[in-house]
Design a protein. Structure first.
Length: 127
């Protein structure tokens, strides 16, 4: 059974760049334009991982991460931050809120897929 990954990214082009290698690797991919859409998608379809941008309209990535980690139904889901933010404090804030990893944009598909596999395997082992 294919794992389901939700990609929350407000740029359609960057969302497609992130989703394509995931779909090509056999993952089921859901897309959201911001945190609000991401939460709506998660309540309709169980997901195995969340990949989120930090800077999004409506509900940003920080708010989304905090919401996911506070919810009993979702707090076990691994989260990867995908961001252009180079500031260490921004990334640290996301990790402190509960994200498991971060990747710097521009998206490097091989690196992203390796990190997705690593975190999904870790989650499967209950680590």
């Amino acid at each position: 059974m294919a794992k389901t990954i939700l990609v929350a990214e407000d740029s359609l082009m960057l969302r497609k760049v992130a989703c394509f290698p995931l779909e090509k690797s056999g993952y089921k991919v859901l897309e959201a334009n911001n945190g609000i859409e991401a939460i709506e998608a998660m309540t309709k379809t169980p997901i195995d991982m969340l990949i989120t941008d930090l800077n999004m309209p409506g509900m940003d990535g920080f708010e989304l991460i905090a919401h996911v980690k506070e919810d009993e139904n979702f707090k076990h889901i691994p989260i990867i931050i995908l961001t252009t933010e180079g500031k260490k404090e921004m990334v640290m804030k996301g990790l402190t809120l509960g994200a498991n990893s971060f990747l710097q944009k521009p998206i490097k598909p091989d690196l992203m897929l390796a990190e997705v596999e690593r975190l999904l395997n870790k989650a499967a082992k209950g680590a």
